[in-house]
Design a protein. Structure first.
Length: 398
């Protein structure tokens, strides 16, 4: 979708400006016509020469030194897409407030093309209410935000604020323009741990944070899929992802059942409770009434139900969080539940599974073949899972 499209690449003055060089290169490689616009302060980090050499036309830095009499309107009106990577706190604020004080922000205000901003800054800056409010305002106005990721920052600090990977930024550009290798596919993802009420204030839950399921939904959307995310984790999802919030296994089952027939790919990453209290007290159980006896009953096996009514052309992916005999248990589930793929992890290993930002998994296919995905960011694991899904689907049509 990038081929032949006009992309304005805005670069502002953060330490991650060097990664914009890679973004520029990838956009050009994908066939886009790239017009770089660098803020004056970005020139402390990168040079116009580099961008002029790699892009489709010379880099611009000012409203006043361009061959066009009105460079911001010319750039803004011609653009199919404007992407700012990295977007500093200052650019986000100026854009949110409509402060047209340099060529980049003037171009952002002078365009009707879709806009993507890719913030990057130290964690303290990123978490500032002022910065978060500006980002929220831009999101509300339809701007696509490619969120910063957790990792190593300038000066050796570690935290959230690192610019998203150039490949992800280019994938977002492709998606916003209607492309991506999952374009045309409807993907249903579940995420989070369910909460099974005991009384109005207490529940039985599990440690799932929903991070892996959300990473899968975000990655599928970035690759052009039409994504529905049924989630019990109160986390944000990428723009374009339809979010259905649920709490209990029964709600998750109903939400999935209502959407599963239309889905081409179903990825059940949620940690659905296996048992729930048989009776839910109407009123809060009182300490003074003694230790309550909570009788449990099994919840519906959503994944097995989906496997039983899987339609031709549908790809069904399950997750298996195990603490022992990981591969053997997962292999048994693939067969018993009629899955195409299972993502198995040993949640007792360091950095793996629940609550972590990282995961290490084994992808087991129904034909018995396996692929090991070593410890990586959950987004990278999501990428590997979706690559395997695409591979399975292309094999099925061969
Ligand atoms: C070494 C260094 C690194 C910086 N990195 C960032 C950054 O990653 N993100 C950010 O928002 N500001 C960063 N700043 C602050 C911006 O450079 C500063 O706000 C500047 O005025 C932004 O200009 P611009 O938005 O016009 O490009 C950094 C400053 C310095 C000195």
């Amino acid at each position: 979708m990038l081929r032949g499209r006009r992309v304005v690449l805005g670069v502002s003055g953060g330490i991650a400006a060097y990664k914009a060089i890679e973004v520029c290169r990838r956009l050009v490689d994908a066939g886009a016509f790239v017009s770089p616009v660098l803020t004056p302060d970005s020139l402390h980090f990168v040079t116009t020469q580099t961008f002029s050499a790699l892009a489709s036309e010379p880099a611009r830095t000012s409203l006043w030194d361009s061959p066009e009499p009105s460079p911001h309107t010319a750039l803004g009106q011609r653009a199919d897409l404007v992407v700012v990577a990295p977007a500093t706190a200052r650019v986000l604020a100026a854009y949110a407030m409509g402060m047209s004080d340099d060529l980049l922000v003037a171009t952002l205000l002078a365009t009707r093309a879709p806009v993507i901003v890719c913030p990057a800054m130290h964690t303290e800056m990123w978490e500032q209410p002022a910065v978060q409010a500006n980002v929220a305002l831009l999101r509300e106005r339809g701007v696509t935000v490619v969120d910063p990721v957790a990792g190593m920052l300038a000066g050796g600090d570690v935290g959230v604020g690192r610019l998203a990977e150039p490949a992800d930024i280019v994938a977002a550009c492709d998606r916003v323009l209607g492309g991506g290798d999952l374009a045309g596919l409807r993907v249903l993802v579940t995420a989070g741990g369910t909460r099974e009420p005991i009384d109005p204030v207490r529940y039985i839950g599990n440690r799932s944070s929903g991070k892996q399921g959300h990473a899968l939904a975000d990655e599928a959307a970035a690759r052009g899929a039409e994504v529905t995310l049924v989630t019990s984790a109160g986390r944000p999802a990428a723009p374009g992802v339809e979010v259905v919030s649920v709490e209990t296994a029964a709600q998750m089952e109903a939400a999935v059942a209502a959407r599963s027939d239309d889905a081409d790919v179903i990825v059940m990453a949620a940690a659905v409770a296996d048992f729930r209290p048989k009776a839910v007290a109407d009123d809060k159980l009182k300490k003074g009434d003694g230790v309550p006896e909570v009788v449990l009953e099994p919840t519906p096996d959503i994944l097995a139900g989906l496997g039983a009514r899987k339609r031709p052309g549908q790809t069904l992916v399950g997750f298996a969080a195990e603490t022992s005999d990981v591969v053997a248990n997962a292999a048994e589930k693939v067969r018993r539940k009629n899955l195409d793929l299972i993502v198995a992890n040993d949640v007792s290993a360091p950095g793996v599974g629940f609550e972590h930002d990282t995961n290490a998994v084994v992808l087991l296919r129904e034909d018995g073949s396996r692929e090991d995905v070593p410890l990586a960011d959950k987004r990278a694991v999501a990428r590997a899972v979706l690559d395997a899904v695409l591979d399975l689907r292309s094999q099925a049509t061969r």
